[in-house]
Design a binder for this molecule. Sequence first.
Ligand code: ADP
Ligand code: ADP
Ligand code: MG
Length: 501
Amino acid sequence: MKIKKVLIANRGEIALRIMRSCKEMGIATVAVYSEADKFSPHVTYADEAYLVGPPPSSESYLREDYLIEIAKKSGTDAIHPGYGFLSENARFAKKVSDAGLIFIGPSPEAIEVMGSKLAAKAAVAQYDIPLVPGTEEAITDIPAAKVLAEQIGYPILIKASAGGGGKGMRVVEIPDDFEEQMDRAVSEATSSFGDGSVFIEKFINSPRHIEIQVLGDQQGNVVYLFERECSVQRRHQKVIEEAPSAVVDAEKRRKMGEAAIGVAKSCNYQGAGTVEFIMDEQLNFYFLEMNTRLQVEHPVTEEITGVDLVKEQILIAEGNSLSFKQEDLKINGHSLEVRVYAEDPKNNFLPDIGKLSTYKRPQGVGIRVDDGFEEGMDIPIYYDPMIAKLITHGKDRNEAIRRMIRAIDEFEIVGIETTLSFCKFVLQHDAFTSGNFDTKFVEKHFKPELLNEPLSVEEEKILALLASKLSKEAKSAHLPSNSGSSEIKESAWRRNRQHLS
Ligand code: ADP
Ligand code: ADP
Ligand code: MG
C-alpha cells in the first residue's frame, strides 16, 4: 500500500530527518510537539502539527493512545517512531496496527524479543552466533550464580535484561562484592525498566563496540550495510561514530554481516535495524543486542553506501521488496559523526542547559549537519541533551577526520558548553588517528585539562595584531610597551576564546 501521510511520533533532529525523506517521496507529514517544543523547527517544517501536552515525555511524546487518535483524525496512514520514546515499545507498535495504521518498523513480536537481552540470546541460539560467555537465563539463585561467575572469571558484568541507553550495567571486580552488586542491580533494573531480570556476562576488558546495519523486507530478504565503529563513549553511550571501522577487514566484515543477518532472521526482522557486537583485543566479536529501530548514528552508513535509510524503511513498510541485493552494496569512502551534546566535557560531561545565543553551522564539501535547533532557542531540560549531529564524508579516513576538525572549528556555539571540544581532542589524538582505541578511550586518554589546547595559527595572528595595536597605543601615550593593560586584555581574550571553542 502506498503511504501518503506520516505522523512522526518524535521531536528534534530525528523528526526533521524523517520529514525530509518524506518530502522527497511526496509524502505529507504530521508533527506532534510538547509545550516545550512549540517553536521547534520540526513543528514548522511539517505540513500539520499538533500539540500533545506539557513538556514531560510521559505527558506528551509517550501518550500512545492520544498519538494514535491524532494520526486517525488527521487522516494519516503510518506512524514513524524515530529513536528513543516509543520506538522500541512493542505494545505501541501493536496498538498502531490494531488501529489500522502502519507502524514504520518491525513487528511487535520482533521488538519484544530483541527488547529483552535474554530473549534475544535465546532467539539467536540456533544461528551459530558468537555470544559473550555468561548466563543464558535470568538469575534467581544468587549462590548458584556466584559459582557461575567464578567459572566465567572476574571481572564480570551484571546486566539488566531490559536495559538500554547505557543504563542497567554493573561491573563486579571481586567475588566479595558479588551479593551486594547483585542486590543493587536487581533493584535498579526494577525501578528503571520495570523488570528485575538480570544476567551475568564476562566483562570484556577494553572492548570495541562495532555494529552492523541491516535492512529486511516483508518478503524475507535481509542485507547488511556494513559496520559502524562506536567505541568512543562516555557512560557507555556513544559520542563519535564512524564507518567503516579502521580495524575490520573484508573477511571480518563479511563474517559480522552474515552473523547480523542471522540475528535479523531469528526474529523475522522487517525494516532497518542494528545488530550490536562487542569486539575483544584479538578481534573476536560477540553479539550484544539488536536495536529494532533507526539508530542515532545511521547517517555514517548513509554517507558510505548512498542509501537513504528512512526511505528504505518507508518502502519496506509499504510492502515493497528491497530494490538491491547484497552484492550491489559498496563502501564509498569514509564517514564520521560527532554528537554535539549540551554537556560540559571539562566537568564530567554534566548536562549544560541554556540558550543557544550564537549558533552557526559549518558548511562546505562533505559536511552534513542533522539538528533540530536554531540560534536563540533554549535547550529544554526535559529531553536528551543532544543539540546536533555533525557528519563528514571523505575519500578516506584521513580526509574524513581532517574535514571533521575543520567543521568543528567552523561550528560556532555560544551560550552552552558542548562536547565539540572533546570531540576535536579525540580526533587529534594518536590513539584515534592510528585506529588503536576502544571503549575505554575516555578513561585511558582524556583529562579535562587537556582541553586547554594551544592556539591555532589564526588565533596567534589575532593575538599578535592585538598586542602590536596595544603596544602602539601605549607608545603614543608614553607608557612602557608591555604594560599591564595589554596583558589583561590578552588574557581576557584567551578566556573568551575558551567559550568559543
Ligand atoms: P544509539 O544506540 O542509537 O546510540 P541509544 O541506544 O543510546 O542510541 O538510544 C537512543 C535514544 O534512546 C537515546 O536518546 C537514549 O537516551 C534513548 N533510550 C534508549 N533506550 C532507552 C531506555 N531503555 N530507557 C530510556 N531511554 C532510552
Ligand atoms: P545498551 O542496551 O545500554 O546499549 P549494550 O549491551 O549495547 O547496552 O552495551 C552498551 C555498552 O556497554 C557497550 O557499547 C560497551 O561499551 C559496554 N559493554 C556491554 N557489554 C559489555 C561486556 N560484556 N564487557 C565490557 N563492556 C560491555
Ligand atoms: Mg546497545
